[in-house]
Ligand binder design. Structure first.
Ligand SMILES: O=C(O)CCC(=O)C(=O)O
Ligand SMILES: [Fe+2]
Length: 436
């Protein structure tokens, strides 16, 4: 017996680092809540494995899965509990409601994987309602709890407290508490951003604006003469273009494979430091050109197309990014907005342009949204999106504020090549006119 125990403990310790920890559960719960908010998804649907947007009485299916994977009462409890523990009753209530409803439906059945029970869900939901100001819901759920655990003194006291509160101010019973969604302070542009994500990638109507056109691009470069790239002008100010089939399926696969062993949680520049943050959820890796000759070819292609010098230190290494379900990057600038940014450590100025390659498709979500410019680009596998981050004066173009919408279904991969100011003096001449 003792031997078995020791063997079990050793076996567990061997695999422990590969098992999901609380951070993973919390991250998964936050991801579900993010998808719920950004795509206005209904929790009941999410728990059944369907992706429905409910606006008023209209129900739209954002994606039709081939198989339904539903969440259990305990799963919904765990999601609700993450929100509850953060004091976020706006999200806790619908998830705990779903948990209570599923636990009620299967009462008496015992699922070995369940950590929580109907009583736990009722207990948390009652308190969440109380905190949100809905005393009558708190009371009826607490009474229901007592049906199952009549000896629970704490709950009996709560019932008395709620009864007293309602007797003192009876109109509390009819007031439907409106709970505000917790505010995300760094994101004032939330409504526009979410609207652009909900379209799952919108394109401007080219027919109305002749300057937005498609062409075969050679950039007057002999390298591209024999095989021009299909270019689609998406927006003029800021100038954003999409180069279709910039890489082949094989190249995209190869880049993903080279990066995979090096992927780590993505960070962002915060003052002089680099930190992981909730507003950028993805994994990323930097690939030096020396990692594979194909990356050198890729640089030549980028240089030929953009006419820019992408040799170090005039451009950064290739940053490969992988977003899982719920992975996102909220509105941000690629260029530095503060002189203390770590970007300047390369001593080649600010990031003048971004060249971003879509290395995968996604089933749903994951569009690249330009907030102020008011358009979003869907993930187009093998295409590359190019834009200038700086005006010709060197000043940051605030209209380039952009974001990666959360991935709803799929596995999204992109690669960023950030090109710096220095080295481009004769390739993109500067101008003193602030608007250029
Ligand atoms: O993944 C995207 O669509 C955008 C990514 C992005 O903006 C970034 O990595 O800086
Ligand atoms: Fe970006």
């Amino acid at each position: 017996m003792q031997d078995n125990k020791v063997a079990l403990k050793d076996g567990y310790e061997n695999v422990e680092q590969d098992l999901p920890a609380f951070e993973d559960l919390e991250g998964a719960a936050r991801a579900l809540m993010r998808l719920q908010d950004v795509y206005m998804l209904n929790v009941k649907g999410l728990a059944r494995g369907v992706f429905q947007r409910v606006t008023g009485s209209a129900v739209t299916d954002l994606y039709n899965p081939r198989r339904l994977f539903s969440l259990t009462a305990d799963d919904c409890f765990q999601v609700g509990k993450v929100a509850y523990d953060m004091g976020d009753y706006y999200h806790a209530i619908p998830w705990l409601e779903e948990s209570v409803s599923l636990f009620r439906g299967s009462y008496g059945e015992w699922n070995t994987e369940d950590e929580a029970s109907l009583e736990d869900a009722l207990d948390h939901l009652a308190f969440a309602y109380f905190q949100a100001g809905n005393v009558s819901c708190a009371l009826s759920l607490s009474r229901e709890f007592l049906l199952y655990s009549p000896d629970n003194k704490r709950m009996a006291r709560n019932v008395l407290k709620y009864e007293k509160l309602l007797a003192e101010s009876p109109n509390q019973a009819v007031v439907e508490a409106v709970i505000q969604r917790p505010n995300v302070p760094h994101l004032q542009t939330r409504d526009t951003y979410e609207g652009l994500c909900q379209t799952l990638g919108s394109q401007p109507t080219h027919y109305q604006t002749p300057s937005l056109h498609c062409s075969y691009e050679t950039s007057s470069n002999p390298y591209l003469l024999l095989q021009p790239v299909r270019k689609e002008v998406i927006h003029l100010e800021p100038y954003v273009v999409l180069y279709h089939d910039f890489v082949s399926d094989l190249e995209a696969q190869k880049i993903r494979g080279l990066a995979e062993p090096w992927l780590q949680r993505s960070v962002v520049a915060s003052g002089e430091k680099q930190l992981p943050v909730e507003y950028r959820i993805s994994k990323s890796a930097w690939l030096k050109d020396t990692a594979d000759p194909m990356l050198v070819t890729l640089d030549h292609r980028i240089a030929a197309l953009t006419g820019l010098d992408v040799q170090p230190p005039y451009a950064e290494y290739l940053q490969v990014v992988n977003y899982g379900i719920g992975g996102h990057y909220e509105p941000h600038f690629d260029h530095a907005t503060s002189p203390s940014s770590p970007l300047y450590r390369m001593k080649s100025g600010n990031r003048v342009a971004t060249f971003m390659i879509y290395l995968s498709s996604v089933e749903a979500g994951g569009a690249t949204a330009f907030i102020y410019a008011n358009f979003s680009v869907p993930v187009v596998k093998n295409a590359a999106l190019f834009w200038w981050n700086l005006h010709r004066s060197g000043e940051g173009d605030s209209d380039t504020l952009h974001a990666a919408c959360p991935v709803l279904v799929g596995d999204k991969w992109v690669a960023n090549k950030w090109i710096h100011e220095y080295g481009q003096e004769f390739r993109r001449p500067c101008s003193s006119s602030p608007g250029d």
